[in-house]
Design a protein. Sequence first.
Lengths: 459, 459
Amino acid sequence: MNFQTYQARRQELRKAVHGGAILILANAEAPKNYADNVYPFRQDSNFLYYVGVNEADMAALLLPGGEEILFGREEHPDDLVWHGPHAVLSDHASASGFAGTGLRKTLAGVVSDLCARGVEIHYLPPYRAERRFELAEILETDPRTVDGGVSQILIKAVIAQRSIKTDAEIAEIEGALAVTAEAYREIMAATRPGRTEAELAAVLQRVALAHDRQQSFNPIVSVRGEVLHNTSYANTLAEGDLLLVDSGADSARWYASDITRTFPVSGTFTSQQRDIYEIVLAMQEAAIAAASPEKTNRELHGLAALTAARGLVDLGLMQGDPHAAVEAGAHALFFPHGLGHMLGQDVHDMEDLGDLVGYDEGDSRSEQFGLAFLRLAKKLQPGFVITIEPGIYFVPALIDQWRTADRHSEFICYDRLHAYQGFGGIRIEDDVLITADGARVLGSGIPKTVAELESVVGR
Amino acid sequence: MNFQTYQARRQELRKAVHGGAILILANAEAPKNYADNVYPFRQDSNFLYYVGVNEADMAALLLPGGEEILFGREEHPDDLVWHGPHAVLSDHASASGFAGTGLRKTLAGVVSDLCARGVEIHYLPPYRAERRFELAEILETDPRTVDGGVSQILIKAVIAQRSIKTDAEIAEIEGALAVTAEAYREIMAATRPGRTEAELAAVLQRVALAHDRQQSFNPIVSVRGEVLHNTSYANTLAEGDLLLVDSGADSARWYASDITRTFPVSGTFTSQQRDIYEIVLAMQEAAIAAASPEKTNRELHGLAALTAARGLVDLGLMQGDPHAAVEAGAHALFFPHGLGHMLGQDVHDMEDLGDLVGYDEGDSRSEQFGLAFLRLAKKLQPGFVITIEPGIYFVPALIDQWRTADRHSEFICYDRLHAYQGFGGIRIEDDVLITADGARVLGSGIPKTVAELESVVGR
């Protein structure tokens, strides 16, 4: 990716807004416990995609006539002292192919002139509060009203572009996955009874940090895999536990990866664990085998759900017709989340742009428990990169709720679930590229089958 | 620290605002690249100090009559499913000694009633943009004006309380330092030519994360120690380099630590490096030996500066009377920053509360280069915990600026500085408790002398 990449992306984007201007803002630093103690900087993903410069407080303005201006901060005479030799605004403009530059403090005036000439300013939804103040200052409006002025035209154009990954972007994601593969091999080798979740989370992060990469999201490293939103690391691993690890490192150009593996702390699955593991693996394999531009992701989700229901009927935990069980939503007791989501510059790619990323206009999320959490339902297209991440969990609170309500008892064998108290949960996740006629799992070298896992965990 | 600790702190604080109410807000989650992908949560330090609950989106309201209400979010029926068993609002109220609780969404109404009764609402300065929206909603005002309404009375009362550390707080800081000591021993052992800064930063972070602790701030791990604001890890260590490491882990109750060590990548100081190192160590030892309630921190800074000037005159890099050189500010070419800052719940403790933390009313920062960066000038008091962190740096850009301007050439031997091109910088930092009659360096086990460092680096 060089300056021509970014120029071409912007040129394509400008076609969407006839006569309008496009404003894309960089992120600001994010204060932690006071203004100057900040979190590690994360650039806005849209700014990365269209400008590619990893610096705070910048802005890109694309004018109707084709003129492009990159705004950045003024250099202070002391900068060289405190920050050492560093790229300045003109360097950033060269790297990203901007002919024009301006000081960030002049942006509001430039935008004001455009507005006075009747030019519409298109901007994307803010997801940080700081951005609302910035937009309000630039647009001379109230920060409480800027969300109402976001450009639906721009949102759709960005989604259309960012959804289809180029070879260079796929190479970035595979670069992220190479680091993630190393991290998984290390964490698997380090897993054994007596270790803490925190120690293992630290192993995972050490590998990414040693490559100078951030995590794409806060990793899950937990023996309580059935707690889906779990980012604490308070437990000690015990013989018999399953460890669920859901994590991913960024690439050098800040593309995400997102992998989940679940494996036995002891290094060997119990037969109960293996039975459930093989069902989850079959769910994932079925979805991957079916993935192609012929299918919607809603269909893949349904296929994974059906595979789960069949497997659980075979095991005696469900009963009746698997198709009917899935239709009714009974499988969601065990598989309560969606099959996956878009992946790219963000781990949930473009989630800041709203539901149009995953749902076509006129389509919307199901209200059925489980399916309601499916982030991507659209027809797949060549160039989509998606996660395929089915799971089966035994969530005590959910089982109790459903059993008490006698919910779906024609499909669920509640009396057989006592034996799974404390089982936890299993999820398996890979990042998958949709190709012209099928799909390809990205990355390699992360153990996944029972035999592969048993040969590396604790060794 | 139990619920009585927090009750007593709040009782003391309430004395400051006769007839007023006090509003202390918890932090919200901080979005990274979209709303749901958040940075690791960091609670507001004032909320930690007065409430001690590490959960987002809460609020504490202290009423004039002595009533205290803790506000938190409503439990959703699905919470147990997604988050597993967890503490709820009533648990948090017990842990922090609140008799009353309320739903967070009712807070604005309660405050509105208070305002209608003429009760003044005292609140602290916001440092995150999100907080401005929250305050505006609670106070029914414009988010752009909330900064103007912060309570100076409350700021002063909080500074008075938080400045004096109790034994329990000192134990927390020493708990943080125990993890930090382990991290320094590991990073020193792992240092050798060919390693990258990123690999060593990863070692440092691994140790903290393995103890389930966050870093108090983004660590500096750099062979370019003369670049003061440097948190990139792009260099590879070479024979002859000095590595400067400035970092600290949090304690279990989120108190900070802040330590700097500088050591040779090869494991052995060159004679040139040792000469400068011994001057910096002498600067630090002089300041620590002089630290007591008899002194202002401005005096300690001056003592460190004088020690630097004397040492550099002895080395032939400066000339003339050291006192006169310091008076003129010539030493700041080599020691361009302040001696240190308050340490506590924040690494720059209470920096969100402004300059009154470090400067008495009527006093203000010097405009002299170097001294202008001194964060703490006040008279020291028993119970203060401060950092003492002198340094000597050879900043090529700064030396060029001054030489070209012929600045302080009566004190600086510019022609001798060519031999220090590429030297880098040395800083040594410890966390120091002011006692009734002197000072005590907190923590232990972090090598500091030349002999100690040479016996551990690379081994």
